[in-house]
Design a protein around this ligand. Structure first.
Ligand code: FES
Ligand code: FES
Length: 155
């Protein structure tokens, strides 16, 4: 066990865990940030997506010892009151069905729009390709990303 001081959602959190513990379990089990979901554990579904710096990463594949002083943002820290343009667009388009995959979808979408505020269809498909939705909400996800991109452009 080792102590790690982590920057998460704007706060410093200290956890005492094995070096190889995936960030997903640090977030969910140790810090009770359960918005980030466990789907596959092998980087194949995207349910566990968080931001490491500005990048969307699969937290099931990130050992806590590799994070260092990089900022981690989870769905709980994306905005204070759900006012992030992607969250607003998700509501407007009524994207979720069961909801299980949606935190990961939103974290991937928000990272995409941060680096590319006006993505093409192909760029959206490429960025969202690793986020699986068993309910098949893909069409609404794409529409919501375009809605959020337009809202950001007009802000
Ligand atoms: S749980 Fe991490 S990609 Fe599926
Ligand atoms: S909304 Fe059910 S898995 Fe995506």
């Amino acid at each position: 066990m080792s102590k790690f001081s982590l920057k998460i959602n704007g706060n410093t959190q200290v956890v005492d865990v094995d070096d190889n513990t995936p960030m997903l379990w640090v977030l969910r089990d140790h810090l009770k940030l359960v918005g980030t979901k466990y789907g596959c554990g092998i980087a194949q579904c995207g349910a566990c997506t968080v931001h490491l710096g500005d990048n969307a990463v699969r937290s099931c594949q990130i050992p806590v010892s590799s994070v260092g002083d990089q900022e981690i943002t989870t769905i709980e820290g994306l905005s204070e009151n759900g006012e992030h343009p992607v969250q607003q667009a998700w509501l407007e388009v009524d994207v979720p069905q069961c909801g299980y995959c949606q935190a990961g979808q939103i974290m991937s979408a928000s990272a995409l729009l941060k680096r590319n505020p006006s993505p093409s269809d192909a760029e959206i498909e490429a960025a969202m390709n690793g986020n699986i939705c068993r309910c098949g909400t893909y069409t609404r996800i794409k529409k919501a990303i375009k809605t959020a991109a337009t809202a950001t452009e007009n802000a």
